[in-house]
Design a protein. Structure first.
Length: 194
């Protein structure tokens, strides 16, 4: 979707294609065998106006459960009244990051996030847990393929729960694996003093 403005309508139209790309990538990675829960899907937009428009739309489709600064930019999480369906997965939340310094070549649906339950507190622990569950990922995680791998530990300004994340990206499709669901991360937030 190469446009300057992402709309609710363009997201609805592009959802089936995005789903098929994600399902194909899950299968290529072998992650489909693990049947992990997908707790949210994320968007990419290049303008605050588009983000504002989508924010207003998603507020009518569910409720805002987090509006936090992560890496210096607002990121909103909406819990939907009716989950999105991606294959056999039911996705309850949408992540809407406001634009930062980066301009995305493609706006719209960008990645899903899967929960690998466990006690990983670092990306190294998460990677080992993932390899234990799916040893065939070793060449990918060792960066011996054309799939890009990125380790991160994103943290909102009030979050207390460690959330190591491994992102696997091919072309413009990304699947992220993390240790905790987005609702657990939000629940860990320290309420700011007033």
């Amino acid at each position: 979707m190469r446009t300057d403005t992402v709309t609710p309508e363009s997201l609805q139209l592009s959802w089936p294609h995005f789903c098929q790309q994600i399902l194909d990538f899950l299968q290529a990675l072998g992650l489909d065998k693990l049947e992990l829960k997908c707790d949210h899907v994320a968007l990419r937009v290049n303008s605050s106006a588009a983000a504002d428009n989508l924010s207003q739309h998603f507020a009518t489709q569910g409720k805002l459960i987090s509006n936090n600064l992560i890496n210096g930019r607002p990121i909103q999480i909406f819990e939907l009244n009716h989950p999105l369906i991606l294959g056999r997965m039911r996705i309850e939340c949408i992540e809407l990051p406001y634009p930062g310094n980066k301009t995305y070549p493609i706006e719209g649906w960008e990645h899903i996030e899967l929960i690998l339950p466990g006690k990983a507190e670092t990306t190294a622990q998460l990677q080992q847990q993932l390899l234990d569950a799916l040893p065939s990922l070793a060449p990918i995680l060792d960066k011996q393929t054309d799939i890009k791998v990125k380790h991160s530990s994103p943290k909102g300004e009030h979050e207390r729960l460690a959330n190591p994340t491994i992102a696997l990206k091919r072309d413009n499709i990304c699947i992220k694996i993390h240790a905790h669901g987005i609702k657990a991360i939000i629940a860990s937030e320290i309420q700011p003093e007033t």
